[in-house]
Design a binder for this molecule. Structure first.
Ligand SMILES: [Ca+2]
Ligand SMILES: [Ca+2]
Length: 230
């Protein structure tokens, strides 16, 4: 009986940990892209949710959404191959009040080579288009050879864009660099677009399964010790 109770308590702890991992993180986003973007989230292989899209670089859009902590944020982008191009944004985690920018080193980018086919809505066809490109990127079988580091250009306020209101001055315009440019955001050029940027923000905020197991075993040990003392 005692062992059965302990096993039950242990199972409860593990289930509790699973529930913790399934929690969502409330985010606020201020974003714009030269020239257009769509914001999604989903798993490593499947785009499940569309948040919004826009095609005017000179104004930032504001969104709020709850990101399942195991999910990735995805930003689909395409330029007009003229003057400049870039992704400029700030993401605010309302649980921790931490903010990261479009130039955070955790971002990765992939180049699809499918200019003109960028998914910009929540339609089944667009979610399927994006998901197929996530899988290609995960396999390394696309023009960028999978997910690679982004390249940061100038900070918000710089020419040719000027200051984008509601986005911090620390945020920098970022892009994929297909040709070794010093700054791929300056000078119209097709860097094998459309592009997909991704970041995983939840994983680092949640204990690893091994940590949870150790914590649970430690608690189990405490229970056993208490029973012996009693
Ligand atoms: Ca915009
Ligand atoms: Ca442009």
């Amino acid at each position: 009986m005692k062992i059965a109770k302990l096993v039950s308590a242990f199972a409860g702890l593990v289930l509790g940990a699973s529930a913790l991992q399934a929690n969502a993180i409330p985010f606020e986003v201020d974003i714009t892209v030269d020239n257009s973007y769509a914001l999604y989230y989903g798993t490593e292989t499947t785009a499940t949710n569309f948040v919004g899209s826009n095609g005017s670089w000179y104004e930032a859009e504001h969104y709020s959404f709850d990101l399942p902590s195991s999910n990735f944020i995805y930003v689909v982008t395409e330029s007009d191959v003229a003057t400049a191009q870039g992704f400029l944004a700030q993401f605010t985690n309302l649980l921790t009040n931490q903010r990261f920018y479009s130039n955070d080193s955790q971002w990765q980018v992939t180049a699809t080579g499918r200019r003109g086919s960028a998914p910009y809505s929540g339609s089944a066809a667009d979610l399927s288009e994006l998901s197929s490109q996530l899988v290609a990127a995960n396999n390394g079988s696309n023009p960028s050879g999978g997910w690679v580091a982004t390249t940061a250009g100038a900070a918000n306020g710089a020419s040719p864009w000027g200051t984008i209101a509601t986005i911090d001055a620390n945020a920098r315009w970022s892009w994929y660099n297909s040709n070794g440019s010093v700054d791929p955001t300056i000078g119209g050029f097709d860097h094998n677009e459309y592009l997909v940027f991704r970041i995983s923000v939840g994983a680092a905020k949640v204990p690893e399964p091994s940590t949870i197991m150790l914590l649970s075993l430690g608690l189990l040990g405490l229970v056993v010790a208490r029973k012996r003392n009693a």
